[in-house]
Design a protein. Structure first.
Length: 370
């Protein structure tokens, strides 16, 4: 199994609400009822997840299985996309704050208030990374741990869902894709058609996480009829909103029928000054999926990991299960319609044909790849 931004990308949250493109078409069932009807079943209680991993039992079990076994774990109809917290333990008889850092000298550390408990729940740590923690301003031994080196890095932003970082994977050339640069997920807000104002779905706690993640650009792929709105208000003056409406019909043929829109998306994604980027449509699955697919191909991600990243959306309410066939069609289109010996070369040449300057593509690859 495969498997950095900084500590600012860590946060503590307690609740996450699901966000979806439209209401599920079927009556909502529990996980157990769903799997019983589908004929597949993975009992969550039977899965033991390493304590230093961010994935839930179902997510972890899927990541330990072949990518095409997604239907044994998630079906696109339940809110299962939140990560598992990593639990830090300590003696809290006198301590009121906890300090956490990626560095042993505690530079760039984050300090958190802690409750009268002996454990602390941490979300959004980078995968495969060293961390250090200790009670703040107390003479106390430093505890070191390393998060499990297992991508994808699942993120928690309170009020939205289906969020993950494409960093952490090792590509086909053995180079690790940097974490914290490109985050995909569902929408943050909806537009009020009467007032024209943005109404936040993301809570205040979630908005704090967005700031902590250091997001500089929000790329919004929703159409006007989907109540898309630009995230430009007093809370997010530092975020550059880029609105590129893409029609969500004919999802399997985006690379043929939505070339102008994809060119605009990749003009934004190959402008290195835009990063870190949060890209989304409404549920973060189809239009977000094709954009992420092309970027992942450009970075030389392994095919298995590209399939798996797309299929991870089935852990959220996305109005039905997504299938590997969609990604197979994308691969077939690239290989048939653009030159190259590798999938990275096919994607590179496809984007050049769309009109993306080679210098921008080269700079983007250099930024992402260690």
């Amino acid at each position: 199994m495969k498997k950095q931004l900084f500590l600012a990308a860590m946060t503590i949250t307690t609740l996450c609400l699901a966000s979806c493109d439209s209401e599920p078409r079927s009556v909502e069932l529990s996980y157990e009822e769903t799997v019983e009807r589908s004929g597949g079943y993975v009992a969550q209680n039977d899965v033991e997840v390493p304590w230093n991993d961010c994935h839930t039992p179902l997510q972890y079990a899927y990541l330990m299985s072949d990518y095409d076994q997604i239907d044994k774990f998630a079906f696109g109809n339940l809110a299962l996309s939140d990560p598992k917290p990593i639990v830090l333990t300590f003696d809290n008889k006198e301590h009121k704050q906890l300090e956490i850092s990626k560095y042993q000298d505690f530079r760039d550390s984050a300090i958190y208030d802690i409750a009268e408990d002996s454990s602390f729940y941490v979300y959004n740590l980078e995968v495969g990374s060293d961390y250090y923690y200790r009670p703040y301003q107390h003479d106390h031994p430093v505890v070191h741990f390393k998060t499990l080196d297992l991508a994808p890095r699942i993120l928690k932003i309170d009020g939205t869902s289906n969020i993950r970082d494409i960093g952490g994977y090792v590509n086909s050339d053995g180079k690790r894709i940097k974490q914290g640069l490109y985050i995909r997920g569902a929408e943050w807000n909806i537009g009020n058609n009467e007032s024209g104002a943005c109404e936040w779905k993301v809570t205040e706690e979630g908005q704090k996480v967005i700031r902590q993640l250091g997001i500089k650009t929000e790329i919004d792929l929703r159409m006007e009829g989907e109540e898309a709105c630009r995230t430009k208000d007093d809370k997010f003056l530092d975020i550059n909103p880029v609105l590129i409406p893409i029609d969500y019909n004919n999802a399997s043929f985006y690379m043929d029928y939505r070339k102008d829109e994809l060119r605009d998306v990749f003009n934004a994604l190959t402008t290195t000054a835009n990063y870190p980027v949060y890209l989304h449509c409404r549920i973060g699955t189809d239009r977000t999926g094709i954009s992420s697919f092309l970027l992942e191909c450009l970075l030389g991600m392994k095919k298995e990991d590209i399939y798996r990243d797309y299929l991870m959306s089935n852990f959220d309410k996305v109005s039905g299960s997504r299938k590997a066939l969609t990604i197979t069609r994308y691969f077939n289109y690239l290989e048939k319609n653009s030159e190259g010996d590798t999938i990275a070369e096919h994607a590179y040449n496809y984007l050049v044909e769309l009109g993306i300057p080679k210098a921008q593509l080269d700079a983007t690859r250099a930024m992402f790849l260690d």
